[in-house]
Design a binder for this molecule. Structure first.
Ligand SMILES: Cc1ncc(COP(=O)(O)O)c(C=O)c1O
Length: 397
């Protein structure tokens, strides 16, 4: 199977982890040789409720048996999408009310970029250095890391970059700026949180010059940082909110939300300003609704902060230089990328799934399902500490 995987399925890198998955349940992934792996990655922040959560499975199966794709986005009334967007609106602060459902995070970013241009009549967009917003060419234009996009130029014009958390850069937001697109917590950069009211200051500057604040919540969203969305921790409300990943508990999805008035712009002059065949798919929307209902009817969201404390109390070792992030969006910072590679690769052999962050080679990602138990956290952290001891013993001069 591995030979076929490498030959027939297009690859993204030279050394894929290549676990041959048999099944996955709760916080564990199982391979075809019956080995089980404790999952500290959750499909890169996507499996909010763990693998194959019974409520999501039930919602998907019920909806699939009832109807699947019947029409392109926005023409027919399909209950799962209507119920999901209505519940989301109830949980969001004004003016965030109307949601456009798409198929992936990067597509949601594309929609948000277009909406900002329509709403302001401007074309300039500002993103942050070391930002990651996806891999289609619009989102890639916002990527604040030249080595990964150089080969694909020319990309979109009119995009400039500011340093995240640097207030001195805010003067770059001007009357030519349609929108400032930021991750609420920078993911690929190494789980960098906004400091000293940074996001509030960005919003204030945006208001001064008539630009929009667009927050990418594709990673922190849906409960990972102790609140339903990360921005709720920082006393700021974006003009456009972008979502994806954990939104449908492991099904492919993306969405962007704005005021009802603003969203109206995409349907006229010209009409069909943003269209998609599968966006709002009933099976995916049913999974998103089940995920949101479970998140809001349980204590999983506040518990992420307790679980963060447990991680921080257990992950103490001379090789760990710091832990960044919030809730269950954490990154262990090590002094050397080699230790990161050792943890990820040897962790996998030991039955613990860890992963890299895109632009911070000294960080190990810890983004488990929100349903992870304290015992599982202890089990995984013990494995990490053992691995660090092994590294130490192999690397004494
Ligand atoms: C912050 C952020 N924005 C956008 C994306 C792109 O989402 P997708 O891979 O679903 O297109 C990601 C994916 O990793 C992300 O982490």
């Amino acid at each position: 199977m591995k030979k076929d995987f490498l030959k027939y399925q297009a690859q993204t890198g030279p050394a894929p982890l290549s676990i041959e998955v048999s099944h996955a349940k709760g916080t564990y992934v199982y391979d075809v040789s019956h080995k089980k792996y404790l999952d500290f990655v959750a499909g890169v922040s996507a499996n909010t409720l763990g693998h194959s959560h019974p409520k999501i499975v039930e919602a998907v199966q019920k909806q699939a048996a009832s109807y699947m794709h019947v029409m392109v986005y926005g023409e027919y009334i399909q209950k799962p999408a209507v119920e999901f967007t209505k519940l989301l609106a109830k949980l969001l602060p004004g003016p965030l009310e109307t949601t456009y459902l798409v198929n992936s995070g990067t597509e949601a970013i594309e929609g948000a970029m277009k909406l900002a241009k329509r709403a302001t009549g401007r074309s300039g967009l500002i993103a942050a250095k070391h930002a990651y917003h996806g891999n289609t060419q619009g989102s890639m234009s916002l990527m604040g890391f030249e080595p990964r996009k150089q080969a694909y130029r020319p990309l979109l014009p009119g995009i400039s970059f500011i340093e995240y958390n640097n207030e001195n850069d805010l003067y770059n937001i001007t009357e030519d700026t349609a929108g400032v697109l930021l991750e609420t917590i920078q993911g690929g950069a190494g789980f960098i949180e906004p400091k000293n009211g940074y996001l509030k200051k960005v919003k204030a500057r945006c208001e001064e010059v008539g630009a929009l604040l667009i927050l990418d919540e594709i990673q922190p969203g849906f409960g990972r940082t102790g609140t339903l969305f990360g921005f709720m921790n920082y006393q700021v409300v974006p003009d456009i909110l972008v979502m994806g990943k954990g939104m449908a508990g492991g099904m492919p999805v993306g969405a962007f939300t704005a005021s009802h008035d603003m969203m109206t712009l995409l349907k006229e002059a010209p009409k069909m300003g943003h269209i998609t065949t599968f966006g709002g798919h009933p099976v995916i929307a049913a999974a998103a609704l089940a995920t949101l209902q479970e998140l809001t009817s349980s204590n999983l969201i506040p518990q992420t902060l307790e679980k963060e404390k447990l991680f921080r109390s257990l992950l103490v070792h001379p090789l760990i230089k710091g832990i960044r992030g919030k809730g269950l969006m954490l990154a262990i910072i090590l002094e050397d990328p080699e230790i990161v590679n050792f943890l990820v690769l040897e962790g996998m052999k030991k039955g613990l799934l860890l992963f890299w962050l895109l632009f911070e080679p000294k960080a190990v990602r810890i983004t488990p399902p929100l349903t992870i138990s304290n015992e599982e956290i202890e089990e995984g952290c013990t494995a990490i500490l053992e691995l660090l001891e092994e590294w130490d013993s192999q690397n004494v001069n």
